[in-house]
Design a protein around this ligand. Structure first.
Ligand code: PLP
Length: 478
């Protein structure tokens, strides 16, 4: 309990420093004053100040007290993302994608590579308990095929939860899939033919790009902004120039940047797809993981014509092993239901039953509160570590939800080389080249997944990455 308190106080103090309430070189409250203010013991405050010292945020000056560090590193600036006009491209299949995927589950690596939720939340044990109870009490096998759309109770729960995202949908209008990627696959298969053009934001999650490639489609990459996501202006220009067939976007906490599209841009994006009469596939996999007090509205919430197909899963909020995703396909329901039948005739009911029960209780909301706050703090810590250890000029996106950030390194640093060097030190990162159809588009960027808690080993790994990056600059300078 005490231990929890000191790290809470340290985080709160760090937040005050970030917000400028205490500036560089400011004297902090004395240990006794803070203990009184926080109604905590002196030893708790000493532990909190100790943690802030370890983080490099404050320093102790003998016989004087605690001060915000003079050379306190500023939060890294947001990355600038390429804003050139693009042409529709076939996505190449870089072997690198599969290398990163294979390495992601390796227990020998310190992983910042795959976007996997944290492993230190109580939710896993809670789910295990529900699973064992269901195994004992429910007929989960020997019941033949299900309806094809997936379990009724799960679809009911998803329809209830969709209200939080501003969506009114009937359980009958939801199709369960084996994950979010499978859901997007169903939509692309249902709505496109080889050679069609899909507009996606850039940089974009490599799994979506590889799906586009596998289906013989072309991607037109629409520049995006680290804060607001896909540029509506650029999309408008692309529509004027190319016969775009589908738009595919991650409006709420994009991967790899973590951008959140403002509601007015969501509306403007919808106006465009209505004007050109094309469907929009919304990947909302991180939508429940915002750090703000309100869950952002999904783009689908603004869709009056049923032209948005929302895809999501529990892979980021609960656990990827559950293999549960869904599509809310709007007016394309029948097409998606048919694709689901073509792709898999029966799905394993047990995980669907367990997740439905978890969503029905208060456990999911409690878990989300915990996860959102933990991820916010872990993002802040990553920003501090990048400022402390990475070369000057390094930029980092500041996601307001989810748990991946985009790091833009100074020009002298080749991110794929850094990825390979890091690998030799048993550290996994995701190199920029896999986030575009053009492997040369992001030669100096990497994605870091910061879901897991900051252990000494993980902090040291970031320091090692920073050193490797600095060495590359030294070696390339004349
Ligand atoms: C934006 C995005 N969509 C889809 C996926 C894949 O989701 P799932 O594991 O549910 O198939 C990921 C996983 O990293 C993702 O980041």
């Amino acid at each position: 309990m005490e231990q929890h308190l000191y790290s809470r106080i340290a985080n709160q103090m760090q937040q005050h420093i970030r917000e400028g309430i205490y500036k560089a070189e400011d004297k902090l409250p004395s240990v006794r004053a803070l203990a009184k203010q926080q109604q905590a013991s002196v030893s708790t405050i000493l532990a909190a100040y100790g943690l802030l010292e370890d983080w490099g945020v404050i320093e102790v000056r003998p016989k004087s007290g605690y001060y915000v560090r003079r050379n306190l590193s500023k939060a890294p600036e947001a990355p600038s993302i390429i804003q050139t006009t693009n042409t529709p491209e076939e996505v190449s299949t870089p072997d690198l994608v599969m290398e990163v995927i294979r390495d992601s589950s390796s227990p020998d690596l310190i992983s910042f590579g795959a976007a996997v939720p944290a492993d230190d939340f109580p939710v896993i044990n809670q789910l295990k308990r529900i699973f064992s109870q269901k195994v004992r009490t429910e007929p989960f096998i020997g019941i033949g095929y299900d309806s094809g759309k997936g379990s009724d109770p799960l679809r009911r729960q998803l329809a209830r939860r969709a209200i939080d995202a501003g969506i009114l949908v009937s359980p009958e209008d939801i199709v369960i899939s084996e994950g979010c990627q499978a859901a997007v696959g169903l939509c692309l298969r249902a709505l496109s033919k080889p050679g069609d053009i899909v507009a996606v934001e850039t940089p974009s999650y490599y799994g979506l790009l590889q799906l586009i490639e596998a289906l013989g489609l072309k991607a037109i990459e629409i520049p995006s902004n680290a804060e607001h996501g896909m540029s509506i202006e650029a999309l408008k220009l692309a529509f004027e120039q190319w016969p775009i067939n589908i738009v595919l976007s991650i409006p709420c906490f994009s991967n790899p940047v973590g951008a959140l599209m403002p509601d007015e841009n969501k509306q403007a994006l919808l106006d465009l797809i209505y004007q050109y009469d094309v469907p929009l596939i919304e990947d909302d996999i991180y939508g429940d993981l915002g750090y703000g007090s309100q869950r952002p509205k999904a783009l689908k919430a603004f869709d009056s014509k049923g032209q948005v197909l929302l895809c999501s899963s529990v892979s980021k909020t609960l656990e990827p092993q559950l293999g549960i995703g869904w599509v809310m396909p709007g007016k394309y329901f029948k097409l998606i239901e048919y694709q689901k039948f073509l792709s898999s005739t029966g799905s394993f009911r047990l995980p669907q039953m367990a997740v439905a029960e978890f969503l029905a209780g208060g456990g999911y909301d409690r878990h989300l509160r915990l996860a959102r706050e933990a991820y916010r703090q872990r993002r802040d810590r990553l920003a501090d570590l990048i400022s402390l250890h990475f070369p000057e000029g390094t930029r980092m996106s500041s996601p307001q939800g989810g748990f991946v950030a985009w790091i833009q390194l100074p020009k002298g640093i080749a991110s794929t080389k850094l990825y390979k060097q890091a690998r030799e030190h048993h550290i996994l990162i995701a190199p920029g080249e896999i986030f575009s159809s053009d492997p040369k588009k992001y030669p100096h960027s990497i994605r870091i997944s910061y879901a897991n808690s900051w252990t000494t080993e993980r902090e040291d790994a970031i320091q090692t990455l920073g050193q490797l990056a600095k060495q590359q600059i030294t070696m390339s300078s004349p």
